[in-house]
Design a protein around this ligand. Structure first.
Ligand code: NAP
Length: 356
């Protein structure tokens, strides 16, 4: 039976890249599924509707009634929720709608949440040290509790999905890099932000702490979502619900080495005064310069975290990029940021508005 998959945030960097990959598939089972994609604006809807094979839904995911109507009318069985890691209401609306769909069809429904690895570092409020994605993360996140909207959303997803009889999965996203293949936004967050800020200040700045956050190339991340979706479609048993954590990274991003390479690239293009890297005088100044929330800037920019990915490899993930390849490609990342950085991202709106 054909199953219907909904990708949220399909005009975004990650959602758009997953959509492009799914539509290019020539083999079962993804090829045999109907693909739906949500976007927020009319302009995005018009642009994505020109692509063959996708059913575009223009919806604000915070509108509960519209989300329910879209999921039920289009008989959605699987939601890959990429639009937001931190807006709790969006995840709740989608899971409640999948619960209704399950009752109406009598068939199992699935929800994949996209979370954030930085949450599992000291700076992200994780006091337990090393963490594997096979550990009891849900219980520990509940113990930590607190106002962090990503953590609140993770907890809600697991609990609400269980209550609604929806099978849930949680993919923790690291620093994602590489040019996306989506129709709308093709850029990630970190490197374009550093490039933009450095040009504005004619100087590259780093933080006083050398973080080595988890990292993944967009093509490898897309292949993980494709693998998860394939296994869901084939009804293969996999860790889900309270055990359903998948750390989506395979190497690290050495922060100071990255900033050195950005400085070299920008200086070679005459965009900064020299190729040196200075240290931000304060975190407050850095947050303002980069339009990032001061409350979370350490977690976002200087955290490392002792995370060990297990589950993604267990289901057969085979990422191709390495730390060496990533560092060798920073100049191309800088060029992509210069060529493509024209779409204002709403990624951190939830965090920035929570801070006000
Ligand atoms: N990129 C990374 O390196 C990274 C790392 C860790 C976690 N994440 C998280 O992963 C998620 C996706 O990342 P991304 O880089 O793909 O972000 P993105 O490029 O900003 O894409 C998110 C998309 O979701 C849409 N969206 C947001 N709220 C919506 C709503 N209420 N209704 C309908 N659509 C909505 C946005 O619409 P508009 O175009 O209208 O704004 C945007 O097109 C984000 O939550 C991000 O924080 C990303």
């Amino acid at each position: 039976m054909t199953q219907n998959i909904l990708i949220t945030g399909a005009a975004g960097y990650i959602g758009g890249s997953i959509l492009a990959d799914f539509l290019s598939r020539t083999s079962s089972p993804i090829k045999d599924s109907r693909i739906y994609a949500t976007v927020r604006s009319e302009e995005q809807a018009q642009r994505l509707s020109k692509i063959d094979g996708v059913n575009v839904i223009q919806v604000d995911l915070s509108d509960e009634a519209s989300v329910s109507e879209a999921v039920l009318r289009n008989e959605i069985d699987i939601v890959l929720h990429i639009a937001s890691s931190m807006a709790t209401q969006l995840a709740a609306n989608l899971i409640n709608a999948l619960g209704e769909r399950r009752k109406a069809s009598g068939a199992q429904t699935y929800f994949v949440q996209s979370s954030v690895t930085a949450l599992l570092s000291i700076e992200g409020g994780w006091p337990y040290g090393e963490v594997k994605d096979t550990d009891a993360i849900f219980e520990k996140e509940k113990e930590i509790g607190g106002p962090n909207p990503v953590r609140q959303t993770n907890i809600l997803v697991t609990e609400l999905a269980k209550a609604q009889g929806v099978t849930s999965f949680n993919v923790a996203l690291p620093h994602v890099y590489g040019t996306g293949s989506g129709e709308w936004s093709k850029l990630s967050s970190s490197i374009p932000t550093y490039v933009r800020t450095s040009i504005a200040h004619k100087q590259v700045y780093k933080f006083d702490v050398e973080g080595r956050p988890p990292a993944v190339h967009i093509s490898d991340l897309v292949s993980l979502y494709a693998l998860l979706t394939t296994k869901i479609l084939q009804k293969e048993p996999m860790p889900s619900g309270e055990q359903g954590h998948y750390f989506g990274f395979n190497h690290r991003s050495p922060y100071w080495a990255v900033m050195d390479r950005i400085a070299t690239s920008l200086h070679a293009r005459g965009l900064v005064a020299d190729a040196s890297v200075k240290t931000w005088p304060s975190y407050k100044m850095a947050a303002e310069a980069m339009s990032l929330p001061e409350l979370y800037i350490r977690a976002m920019c200087t955290s490392t975290g002792d995370l060990v990915p297990v589950n993604a490899y267990k289901i057969g993930w085979q990422p191709e990029w390495t730390e060496e390849r990533y560092l060798a490609d920073i100049d191309a990342e800088v060029q992509a940021a210069l060529d493509l950085d024209m779409i204002k991202s709403s990624r951190y709106d939830t965090l920035l508005s929570a801070e006000k």
